[in-house]
Design a protein around this ligand. Structure first.
Ligand SMILES: NC(=O)C1=CN([C@@H]2O[C@H](COP(=O)(O)OP(=O)(O)OC[C@H]3O[C@@H](n4cnc5c(N)ncnc54)[C@H](OP(=O)(O)O)[C@@H]3O)[C@@H](O)[C@H]2O)C=CC1
Ligand SMILES: O=C(O)[C@@H]1CCC=N1
Length: 263
């Protein structure tokens, strides 16, 4: 049974751990600076809690670093003595912006290093993730893909595109939530009771996501838009207000921020 350790039991690390624990296929370890985060895993069989990241690394083969980007360097410093090509251990980071070369520079030469960009939809098993690895890391790539595959779809992507992917799907659920909230508010403004508006919007988003798996966005748009009807009227107003341009600008700002986080 593979030994997987997760450093940082927050939104991403915690979601991943829960799913892996439920599968029963792994020996798991978790560490966090907040004891209350570890407390949430007390009832799980095969999840050991550690207050020391170094000890967690020593007890694991696949170490997943799920702390904020600016905390990654400190964590790597702590676990570095347990790493190196002969240790049989690898390090996978999910941090936005932090490049493989920066991770490598803080670990013994030859350590397998992987980078994954997941999203919060992993918490409901519907995540989308991209993955890349340094040369030694390619050996463990299939296993790490299997781990993140337990919480959604995983695709290999060259590292130079990671900041764009981070901006698109890492942050993506928050953009969709922003749109959903605006839709609910707009429905309330037109006189719908809030709860009715909320349920209609959630149903619309869930149904549209299924439709988009089967056909292109343009096809869905054309099926909905009756010539001379309500949808066309909405599109004219939304376009005039710069809706599509705002989406381009938002994703571009997020991409630039990911680059900044990488230093
Ligand atoms: N949230 C998201 O949707 C996504 C996040 N990411 C990336 O995943 C990483 C984690 O994000 P997220 O889960 O949101 O963050 P969280 O803050 O929810 O979780 C990180 C946890 O790790 C703790 N922590 C901080 N320093 C250490 C340390 N030295 N050792 C052990 N634990 C520590 C944090 O404590 P404290 O709160 O005090 O910092 C926190 O409890 C980030 O780098 C982010 O860029 C990637 C894709 C999507
Ligand atoms: O907002 C952030 O920085 C993180 C990375 C992608 C999603 N959340």
């Amino acid at each position: 049974m593979r030994r997987v350790g997760v450093i940082g039991a927050g939104k991403i690390g915690g979601s991943l751990l829960r799913r892996l624990a439920e599968s029963g296929d792994f020996e798991l370890a978790v560490s966090d600076v907040h004891p209350e985060q570890l407390e949430r895993f007390r009832g799980y069989e095969r999840v050991r809690s550690f207050s020391s990241n170094r000890e967690l690394a020593e007890a694991s083969e696949i170490v997943i670093v799920a702390v904020k980007p600016w905390d990654v360097a400190g964590v790597l410093e702590e676990i570095s003595p347990a790493m190196g090509p002969s240790s049989g251990r690898s390090v996978t980071s999910v941090a936005a912006g932090v490049e493989i070369k920066s991770i490598e520079s803080r670990l013994p030469e030859g350590t397998p290093v992987l980078r994954v960009m997941p999203n919060v939809c992993a918490s409901v098993g519907l995540g989308a993730a991209v993955i890349t690895a340094n040369e030694p890391g390619r050996r463990v790539l299939p296993e790490v893909m299997d781990i993140f595959g337990r919480v959604g779809e995983v695709m290999e992507l060259p590292e130079r595109l990671f900041d764009a992917a981070t901006a698109l799907h890492g942050s993506g659920p928050a953009y969709v939530a922003l749109f959903a909230d605006a839709l609910v508010q707009a429905g309330v403004r037109e006189g719908l009771p809030r709860e009715v508006a909320r349920r209609l919007v959630v149903g619309t988003l869930a149904g549209t996501a299924v439709l988009l798996k089967e056909r292109s966005a343009h096809q869905v748009r054309d099926e909905v838009m009756t010539p001379g009807g309500t949808t066309a009227a909405a599109f004219v107003a939304m376009e005039k207000a710069g809706f599509v341009g705002a989406v381009y600008d938002g994703v571009n700002a997020a991409t630039r921020r990911a680059r900044e986080l990488g230093g």
